[in-house]
Design a protein around this ligand. Structure first.
Ligand SMILES: NC(=O)c1ccc[n+]([C@@H]2O[C@H](COP(=O)([O-])OP(=O)(O)OC[C@H]3O[C@@H](n4cnc5c(N)ncnc54)[C@H](OP(=O)(O)O)[C@@H]3O)[C@@H](O)[C@H]2O)c1
Length: 266
């Protein structure tokens, strides 16, 4: 298990991104999603990521009937643009997730034109941490500039951002899959290093480029290349079924056998 920045949270290196559970055409209902999450947890995947707009809160609520609450770290997100809205969104998420607290509460998809605004909302959210209903706060973003600037925010604990080992030409060709808002992927790596040096918890997304063909075809090397980065704490990967979970867990185990000598944790 990995310590996430300066938070007291310990997370599995491989996290479960639940976006796909809410995609209507995939027809993955809460009972099925809950079972998949429960099985993933048995395999060591204890970081579960969702958002108020994914439609997967009910799937996590269903899983929480099968897995002890304290055994998992749940991250959810809000699109709120002020502190009051964010607190309301948090209350709604707690109800939908059927839990008393969320571990990580993120401002969702923060763009580079909203850096000061998001800083203010995070300041206003600081007091919810004191109540214990949230253990860590932060943001998710596709922007290099946001990662760079937000690294300096004292009250921010966690940053979730694009981090994949693709060449700039692949990134440009598959922009819809890997929607970097500004800068280059090398700039993003530098910004993530800064965040990590400033002891923010860093969670990678787009590791498989939202199913971008070159990254998914080489899913083993795509996942391993991010797992071995010392400045990335964990990654959330979107998975639709147990087969993908098992394959990705196996990649993590293979990486641990090859690159690390310590005990296997996911
Ligand atoms: N905060 C944000 O701004 C934000 C934005 C996007 C996502 N997220 C989070 O990040 C999670 C991941 O989303 P992402 O966009 O970053 O996608 P990703 O993890 O880069 O790619 C996910 C896709 O990869 C494919 N996949 C996964 N394991 C595979 C395997 N073993 N073999 C073949 N294909 C495999 C699946 O698609 P196929 O089955 O179609 O191949 C899956 O839908 C989301 O669920 C969500 O929790 C956050």
């Amino acid at each position: 298990m990995i310590n996430l920045g300066t938070t007291k949270l310990k997370v599995s290196k491989l996290g479960f991104g639940t976006f796909d559970f809410g995609v209507p055409s995939l027809k993955i209902g809460p009972p099925e999603g809950g079972q998949i999450l429960m099985e993933a947890h048995k395999l060591g995947v204890s970081l579960w990521d969702t958002s108020e707009d994914y439609g997967s809160h009910p799937h996590i609520a269903s899983a929480l009937k099968l897995v002890p609450r304290k055994a998992v770290v749940i991250s959810t997100k809000t699109n709120a643009k002020n502190g009051e809205e964010a607190k309301k969104s948090l209350e709604k998420s707690l109800e939908e997730l059927d839990t008393d607290y969320v571990d990580i509460f993120l401002l969702h998809l923060v763009k580079s034109d909203w850096i000061d605004g998001c800083h203010q909302v995070l300041e206003e959210l600081s007091d919810v941490k004191a109540t214990g209903i949230v253990k860590a706060i932060g943001l998710s973003t596709h922007s290099v500039e946001v990662v760079r600037e937000a690294s300096q925010f004292e009250e921010l604990d966690v940053i979730m951002t694009i981090c994949c080992k693709a060449s700039q030409s692949v990134i440009s060709k598959f922009h819809e899959h890997i929607p970097l808002e500004d800068g280059s992927i090398e700039d993003m790596f530098d910004a993530i290093k800064l965040a990590h040096n400033l002891r923010k918890g860093v969670i990678a997304m787009k590791v498989l480029g939202t199913s971008a063909p070159p990254l998914v075809r080489n899913y083993r090397s795509s996942i391993k290349s991010i797992a071995k980065l010392s400045f990335v704490d964990a990654m959330v990967i979107g998975m639709k079924n147990l087969d993908e979970v098992r394959k990705n867990v196996e990649v993590m185990h293979a990486w641990q056998r090859e690159d690390r000598q310590d005990l296997p944790d996911v």
